[in-house]
Design a protein around this ligand. Sequence first.
Ligand SMILES: [Zn+2]
Length: 313
Amino acid sequence: MRKRLFIFIVLGISLFCDVFHVAAAPKTDSRQPTAIFDAQRAFAILEKQCDFGPRPPGSAAHRQTQRYLFTELEKYADNVELQPCQYEVDGVVLRLNNILAEFGAKVVTGVEPIRETLLLAAHWDTRPFADRDPKPENQDKPILGANDGASGVAVLLEIARVLSLHPPPRRIVIVLFDGEDYGRSVDDMFIGSRFFAQNLGKWRPDYGILLDMVGDKDLSLPIERYSWEANREFTQAIWNRASTLGLAPFQQRLGAAILDDHVPLIKVGIPMVNIIDFTYPYWHTVEDTVDKCSPKSLEIVATLVMSIIYDGL
Ligand SMILES: [Zn+2]
């Protein structure tokens, strides 16, 4: 994730999309299973990723993490695929892989399927250098990315387990993006999500939610501005749902505009909301470690996402 450097993206798009039924409250006939998202389990997935060490593209830890995530998703999803993409930076060819998983292909007896696809996304790579670290000697070191990387993946992997036990009424695609945090400039960031947006094929969603930096103990989630500017009704519906669910870290105010993996998808017409805590003091420093995160924060974000999966908007 990277804060906007230049206002060069004009997001005056105001797409009207009739798949959203904006409502202040979930339907009373909620289909959502209760108390099955295991926050401790999700936190263990965050820790497991950090146990590999920093996970920048090209590293051994990056390869090990890819194998781990793919193997885990294979346990739960109807279909898991790698989406390889090569990208050259300063003469170095990066071999990146988005990891894609599909749920909801099976017909559930007695449940009328809703013909739409909800995309849930996070990035699984971590930044190769701690360029925001206050100590100059740390600024070329890779970050551990407990929050910036592992947290969103942890929520989605635990949700994947829930989806395998309780098949969703709509098609769910989980995509773990690679190469989000790679470059020193934004030209060499969001590599996996830009590739995905240009190669949607059968993965094309109707709408989606991106999770980034959702593990901070001191969780603060105002409305991300690019999401809101592109699709106000959709974005507002999500924050309204958070209010209805009593999820206090979601704040009914506009926050910063943050360049992130949702922007390439917005640019190709997919309504995407970025749920992100951009007040994290350890962002892009070597202090982005497990002790700064909490299971409770993962659970709060998962509660909202699960509500949307099972009850729609
Ligand atoms: Zn980042």
